[in-house]
Design a protein around this ligand. Structure first.
Ligand code: ADP
Ligand code: TRP
Length: 333
């Protein structure tokens, strides 16, 4: 393979409604990267979601929701290959093979796994081997660049490790070691309680929330108890941290000035934030409503993306089967 067309790949789990932490931490960069030279592949990691979600109807619904969200937010299926992980069976096939080369101790060091155990969760094997499936996701397309948040760094290192082990064991460069591309443009987006915004903390503001539901979320953002008339420090406030994501520099400066001057309460800041969010996602909201009326189109995008991804995956998988001695008596179409 030449270096000319780099393959960019990333995935997102459909394990709940996407929130503004996901947007600024991941989705926005995915969409921006589709403009770069090279092939971009973005997928909905539904097999990964099974490690925490065991309700078929809900998983199906969330998968379609993520597809709608990405398309509404600007993912262009002409520029990026967009598909569901489950449309590429070679991924689970490769994951099994990688698992046979993966020391148990490597998984035991998984930060995400350890965190869940520490939090008292009784982890399933899927959660334990989650990074192996993620490695297969990446390696099956010979991905060069994997744009992910800081929290995914270890999984990319594990991917490189497993690719190296495979190549060493079977004696050639069958799998390509990816580079990670840590997305640094945004700090951790705080949730309504000031902790990292996350589905698991129940502190999210959904990208496509609107009306009363959005207002309720924004109004519930925790602030300190400085009285309305006193000056306030914008740099220690959760509302301002969110305002910074949505407002341009001059608007940020204007609002920061009001904080420092006093006579401006957190209630006022929340109203400004509400307006900013509504405006920022206005076009995407409109587009999503249109797409909702045309779900056949959305399914078609995933189908076409899946076909393309599957044929790329097969190119990588075939030599892997051969060298590992896995004989099969049929071929994927
Ligand atoms: P959650 O914590 O809600 O379950 P995920 O772990 O599924 O979110 O994250 C999906 C992507 O969104 C990852 O790339 C992650 O880095 C990014 N992300 C999630 N929450 C935040 C946040 N609060 N700030 C910045 N990025 C985030
Ligand atoms: N683990 C990633 C997350 O939670 C999602 C994911 C699955 C992924 N497979 C991937 C990201 C492959 C990048 C590449 O955000």
């Amino acid at each position: 393979m030449t270096d000319k067309a780099k393959t960019i790949l990333s995935g997102i789990q459909p394990s709940g409604k996407l929130h503004i932490g996901n947007y600024f931490g991941a989705i926005r960069q995915h969409i921006a990267m589709q403009e770069q030279q090279g092939d971009s592949f973005y997928f909905i990691a539904n097999y990964h979601s099974l490690t925490s979600l065991n309700d078929g109807k809900t998983l199906e619904e969330y998968t379609l929701d993520v597809a709608l969200d990405y398309l509404a937010l600007g993912l262009d299926p002409e520029k990026a290959t967009f598909f569901a992980q489950s449309d590429v069976p070679q991924v689970t096939e490769l994951a099994w093979i990688l698992g046979t080369l993966c020391p148990v101790s490597l998984m035991e060091k998984g930060v995400s796994y350890k965190d869940k155990v520490a939090a008292g969760l009784n982890p399933n094997i899927g959660l334990f081997t989650y990074p192996i499936l993620q490695a297969a996701d990446i390696l099956i397309y010979h991905s060069d660049i994997v744009p992910v948040g800081e929290d995914q760094k270890q999984n990319i290192e594990i991917t490189r490790d497993l690719a190296g082990k495979f190549n060493h064991t079977y004696g050639d460069e069958y799998l390509k070691l990816p580079e990670e591309h840590i997305v640094k443009s945004v700090a951790i987006v705080p949730g309504t309680d000031g902790r990292k915004m996350s589905k698991s903390y129940n502190n999210t503001i959904e990208i496509f929330a609107e009306g009363k539901a959005l207002k309720k979320k924004v109004m519930s953002i925790q602030t300190d108890s400085t009285p309305l008339e006193d000056p306030k420090d914008p740099d220690t406030d959760n509302v301002f941290a969110l305002i910074k994501l949505f407002a341009d520099k001059s608007k940020q400066d204007e609002i920061a000035g009001k904080y420092r001057a006093g006579g401006y309460g957190y209630g006022h800041a929340k109203k400004e934030l509400l307006e900013l969010i509504t405006e920022y996602f206005g076009d995407a909201r409109e587009k999503r409503r249109e797409l909702e009326k045309n779900l056949d189109y959305v399914r078609d995008v995933l189908k076409t993306g899946g076909e393309k991804a599957r044929s790329r995956a097969e190119e990588v998988m075939q030599p892997v089967r051969e060298v590992t001695g896995i004989v099969r008596n049929f071929r994927y179409p």
